[in-house]
Structure formats: structure tokens, C-alpha cells
Design a binder for this molecule. Structure first.
Ligand SMILES: Nc1ncnc2c1ncn2[C@@H]1O[C@H](COP(=O)(O)OP(=O)(O)O)[C@@H](O)[C@H]1O
Ligand SMILES: [Mg+2]
Length: 172
């Protein structure tokens, strides 16, 4: 089974992916690395300070079965289950500020998190195969929940639609 582990930058995809690998022995693929290594991009977007990815080429990549695809574009791929990491916008802002992100990029990502941008994209493509995990708390607990969902446990409890950050629209 292929699992997409997606979410706004800073929600913990890479870190939780490492825990899934180290603690649970899962095969985890860093999608950003695949994009870099195989040059699945068109150009650098100066305005948005990010790569424009060739999604068609990425979709055609021969991924093996039984792995976790980790990255904010993973829900665009042919996968069996999607897990969207969600983080309280106030906490997310702090995490992104610690990275070398411009103020504009921090703001853009915080707003995208509040507006459920990735969740909406994931549900549009994968319907009720989408699950949401609040990764605001400890990494260890978030990774455990992700692991359980991957195994097909706790699916009802973590079905998409439980995170609502709209209260933060004006002050995150
Ligand atoms: N639940 C968490 N608690 C504390 N720090 C976290 C948590 N999730 C992520 N971080 C930290 O936030 C930063 C971004 O995490 P990362 O895994 O790179 O996110 P992503 O891959 O989704 O962009 C890292 O420094 C990481 O240690
Ligand atoms: Mg990452």
C-alpha cells in the first residue's frame, strides 16, 4: 500500500517520516529529494520562492509498492491513503520563522494552513481516503497516530474534517 504523508510546510512531515522509518521500520520516501534527483521540475518560481514541479513527470515515477511518500505534493500522486498533518497556525508560524523562510513565505504558508488548502486538494482527489492528524503536540504521539492510520486502525476517529483553524483567520 502507498501512503501519502502531506501537509503544509512545517507540519512535521519529514520529522515524522523519520520516526516512521526508525521506530516502525517503514520505507519512507522524501518526495522533495525524488523531485530534485530526477529533475521533475520546470523552473524556479522567483515570485513564490519555490520550484515549479512537473506533476505529470512525478506521477509517472516508478515508485515501488508499500511505502510512505512524504512531501507537500504527495497527495497529488496515485496512493491508497492520504494522511494530512495539521498544525495550529500560531505554532506553525513559530516553526516556520525558525527556518530560513521569508516573512512572505511564512505568511503564505500560515494562511494556507488556516484555509485547509492541502486538505481540500487531498479530498478533491482522494475522497474519503483522507485522514487528518493534528501534529501540534509531541512528535512521538503524532507519529504513533500516523502509524496506526497506516495500519488501518483508528480510521473513523481521524477521518478528514476534524481540524478547524478558522478562528485564527485574523490573528495567527
Ligand atoms: N510536533 C512537533 N513538535 C515540535 N517541533 C516540531 C513538530 N513537528 C515539527 N517540528 C519541527 O518543525 C520543523 C519543521 O518540521 P519538518 O518535519 O521539517 O516539517 P515539514 O517536513 O512538514 O516541512 C523541524 O525543526 C521540526 O523539528
Ligand atoms: Mg519536509
Amino acid at each position: 500500500m502507498k501512503i501519502a504523508l502531506t501537509g503544509t510546510p512545517g507540519t512535521g512531515k519529514t520529522t515524522i517520516g523519520k520516526i516512521l522509518r526508525d521506530r516502525y521500520g517503514l520505507k519512507v520516501v522524501d518526495l522533495n529529494e525524488v523531485i530534485r534527483v530526477h529533475k521533475y521540475y520546470v523552473e524556479w518560481d522567483e515570485n513564490r520562492d519555490c520550484l515549479i514541479v512537473d506533476l505529470e513527470a512525478l506521477r509517472a515515477h516508478p515508485f515501488s509498492e508499500d511505502l510512505v511518500l512524504e512531501g507537500h505534493l504527495s497527495h497529488n500522486l496515485l496512493v491508497d491513503r492520504v494522511i494530512v498533518l495539521r498544525t495550529n497556525p500560531v505554532v506553525l508560524r513559530r516553526r516556520l520563522q525558525k527556518r530560513a523562510f521569508s516573512d512572505k513565505k511564512v505568511q503564505e504558508n500560515v494562511e494556507a494552513e488556516i484555509l485547509d488548502v492541502i486538505l481540500v486538494e487531498a479530498v478533491a482527489r482522494h475522497g474519503n481516503n483522507v485522514y487528518e492528524v493534528d501534529s501540534t503536540g509531541t512528535l512521538s504521539e503524532s507519529a504513533l497516530v500516523v502509524w496506526e492510520i497506516i495500519q488501518g486502525h483508528w480510521l473513523e476517529r481521524f477521518a478528514a474534517g476534524q481540524c478547524d483553524w478558522t478562528a485564527y483567520l485574523n490573528d495567527a
